[in-house]
Design a protein around this ligand. Structure first.
Ligand code: C5P
Length: 242
């Protein structure tokens, strides 16, 4: 039996606020978290986070900040003020950058009387192959070794967790401890068939120790998104109870 039940985050990958809010409204009865990624952020602006919060939904602002420490700190301050409950930065930006992000989140939350959002590190993008990582990015380690190294750094500076594939979730928990959060995209219900290749089912992600599961198209493109969302939540709970 799992000690906890992972939370479901629905990726609202839309090029406009209207469609994103329409989808969010349909999903309100299931109360999943909402993920605002770069596409929606650039089309709808940061105000979309407050609009989703007004529907009573928690928001992961997936801005994947990666810049010099001072600039990332400023971006994190802005992200905190949107009311997002989870924000991320690239762990590859280094210790000083992550530390600046953490300090900015603490100060912005305190001065605006808001809860500090969970601060999450992006490790290695799962879209990169081992070969691309080695030949193009110039990383000598394997993808898994790099993910674990970056997760350790993120933990060292006080980030709350990392984004990683289900395949790496157990190793991250082993290296960083059970309380260090693992957020896993690439989730597909058993019979899905689309362009995602390195995928895991919701039950497998929960068993691997993931704390948050990010799911987009299997819900947003379903004939009945609410039913699809509830079915995935039931699969996660089934794992948690059994
Ligand atoms: O539609 P789908 O379930 O594939 O959406 C997955 C979401 O997770 C997208 O918003 C995508 O940007 C995000 N993501 C991912 N792989 C990563 C990191 C984020 O698919 N490594």
């Amino acid at each position: 039996m799992l000690a906890h039940t992972p939370q479901l985050i629905v990726a609202l990958d839309y090029p406009d606020a209207f469609r994103a809010l329409e989808m969010a409204q349909q999903l309100i009865p299931a109360r999943p978290w909402m993920k605002v990624g770069l596409e929606l952020l650039m089309h709808a602006g940061p105000r979309i986070v407050a609009d989703l919060r007004d529907l009573g939904l928690d928001v992961f602002l997936d801005g994947k900040f990666h810049d010099i420490p001072n600039t990332v700190a400023g971006a994190v301050r802005g992200a905190v003020i949107t009311g997002a409950r989870m924000v991320n930065v690239h762990a590859g930006g280094g210790l000083r950058m992550m530390r600046a992000a953490r300090e900015a989140a603490d100060v912005a939350a305190m001065t605006n009387a808001l809860p500090r959002p969970l601060l999450i590190g992006v490790t290695v993008l799962t879209s990169l192959s081992e070969e691309e990582l080695r030949e193009e990015v110039g990383c000598a380690r394997s993808a898994t070794a790099q993910v674990i190294a970056l997760a350790r750094l993120a933990r060292e500076v006080g980030l709350d967790g990392v984004v990683a594939s289900v395949l790496e979730a157990a190793a991250i928990k082993e290296a960083c401890g059970p309380d260090f959060l693992v957020i896993t995209p690439g989730i597909r219900p058993a019979r899905a068939d689309d362009d995602q290749r390195r995928v895991a089912t919701p039950a497998a992600a929960a068993r691997a120790g993931a704390d948050f599961l990010v799911v987009g198209r299997p819900i947003t493109q379903a004939e009945n998104p609410l039913a699809a969302c509830e079915a995935i939540q039931a699969e996660i709970r089934g794992t948690a109870n059994g």
